[in-house]
Design a protein. Sequence first.
Length: 100
Amino acid sequence: MADNISNKPDTRPDPNERLVKVFDAERESEALVVSGLLEANGIDNDVTSTDAAQNMYPGVGGSVILVREDQADEARKVIETYQQASDDTAEIDISEEPLP
């Protein structure tokens, strides 16, 4: 009978390692996009919800991204590049007028 256990190492940070917060977002979707960018750049990360009890504090909370301390600087550079690219695309004119 074949063993179905994967030999692939767990890519999530070890809970005993020192983790550093490198990003926080009000919307989980934004945190997941940034998490994917970090993963694509070889940076292991963990997205953690900071939601408060919604019946007591509606709208309070969000998500944070934690990375290993030794990858924090690299993660911040990736995030900064992403944010600069997002700012650049915000200036694109998407009017419905046809191009000449």
